[in-house]
Write a protein that binds this ligand. Sequence first.
Ligand code: ATP
Length: 294
Amino acid sequence: SLFVAFALGALTELWADFMRASGAAERVFELMDRKPSIPITGGERPAAIQGRVELRDVRFSYPARSDVQVLQGIDLTIQPGEVVAIVGPSGAGKSTIASMLTRLYDPQGGQVVLDGKDLKALDPEWLRQQIGIVAQEPLLFSSSIADNIRYGRAGASDAEVEAAARAANAHDFVSRFPEGYKTLVGERGVQLSGGQKQRVAIARAMLKDPRLLILDEATSALDAESEHLVQEALERLMKGRTTLIIAHRLSTVIGADRVMVLEGGRVVQSGSHSALMGQEGLYRRLVERQFVAA
Ligand code: ATP
């Protein structure tokens, strides 16, 4: 759903561009009695980024439920290259935090900051280029495997697509199809397993080569072989990138630099896995009861 939301964000931009160009935007938004919350284009496009992400006292309610504060003052800093795992019960606000980073929504209070700059000062399109997302259940288009990977960076050469697939542990299974990278996936093509889809999504993110990564970890277990290949590919992908993982697996939280425990839109605990295991609290209960064993 994170990926869908991300894609929808991009579509909304296109739509708004179109409406603006046709001069009809104002009238339509008047009719809809709302303004787009996020400006479409414009803003800074820094030449290079370090990738330090900060949430400063972020408060947020969804437009449709303005009476419920889903994020109730989140403070979080992720250093360049650091891996932070967010855990917490269903509805705690984990995905909502991720959508603050992509600017699917803007917070009503506090700030989201990248390398010291409020995201609102940055060009939204530029921002999307800096963020790679690997969703729980990646959406693949009804097109070739190559096209699906190339979605990460239009114009990438076949050699670049293949290099990304190799890094994502996808090349071997792709090569086993008679049509290789031209194999169609989706309804009229081959059905990929969950682990294979994830590796295609990882290859896509490899090709995009973003500074920031958001990983929405699958809740359902893959078979051991596939799990290992996905995990290895993810580790390669995360190397050197600022990463936020919505974590569902014990192996992930153990491997993260830091774990944030979220409950009811607040951070209730934060620290390394071993430090948190040494405390009375929600984290230990989650680990004992809820995590998929890995
Ligand atoms: P899960 O582990 O189940 O994915 P989560 O921790 O990611 O949960 P969020 O998806 O961030 O939680 O949701 C936080 C709260 O916001 C929930 O109460 C949810 O019902 C609500 N919520 C999420 N999306 C919307 C939306 N588009 N409109 C209104 N409320 C929403």
